[in-house]
Design a protein around this ligand. Sequence first.
Ligand code: ATP
Length: 302
Amino acid sequence: MKDGHAVLARLAGVRRSYGAIEALAGIDLEVRGGQMLALLGPNGAGKSTAVGLLLGQGLPDAGTVSLFGRSPHELAARRRVGVMLQSAGIPDTLKVSELLALTRSYYPNPRSIADCVMLAGLDGLLERRYRQLSGGQQRRVQFALSVCGRPQLLFLDEPTTGMDIEARRTLWRAIRELVADGCGVLLTTHYLEEAEALADRVAVLQRGRLIAEGSVEDLRGHLVQRRIRCLSALSVERVSAWPHVMQAHRDDARLELVTDAAEAVVRRLLTEDPALTGLEVQRAGLSDAFLELTREDAREAA
Ligand SMILES: Nc1ncnc2c1ncn2[C@@H]1O[C@H](COP(=O)(O)OP(=O)(O)OP(=O)(O)O)[C@@H](O)[C@H]1O
């Protein structure tokens, strides 16, 4: 099953406009086997347009789109793909077992029902009608349907929306197993925590352009900022005037600072307030990096 990290899907120099709206302004993107790429971006950034082109919905105005080295319009390429989209269009009067049987019948070498039940956590749901399931249970069935054909490439659009913590953990475990087994995954999500937990690579789209791409670590590395929290009587006005303090605010007794020179600022805090307690220094997470990247890009555009 494994063949290194071969490119399974590629967008090269892709442009796509809807009338005057440029949804994709020339992007290059690759999804590789055995890896998860998380595609992030604010609303309207062009994520669905990019995924749609890879699924053979429409054609780019310029550039090339390929799936397994073929056109996404070829059935042979699409057969190797699994899709879990938000708008699932599932015949909802059918039982879960019937939905699985129907979907499995489209594929030459489907997973067994038992495997699907285990992967997606469908215990006890097979004889229930789809429309009588809770939102989170329906998402699990959608996941099972997307993987039952043993796809080599899986598209997941906000897969854990509406799931409780336990169901989300089960799904994350299943996705990790698939990736370890060589499957390539393209995840689009607004849950940065999910991208942080699962993705090997992250690409950030904004206004149709790719503004950052790399590992979660690379993106975090973009940020030199640290967040310092402590219990201190020092005033916000006073610490705001110190070099390298970029933001300061107070929440009751708690003082919170953002700085690009944490060590120097911590030293000064301790010197100027020997009574200081509860010191915490936090590294920025993916969500901080994402916010800063998109803000920076918006500033440049303005
Ligand atoms: N069929 C369409 N007709 C006209 N404009 C469209 C169409 N589809 C998308 N757009 C526009 O193209 C841009 C990119 O939309 P797209 O749906 O790809 O963004 P997205 O990143 O998936 O957003 P979201 O996070 O809100 O789902 C938006 O400005 C959107 O309004």
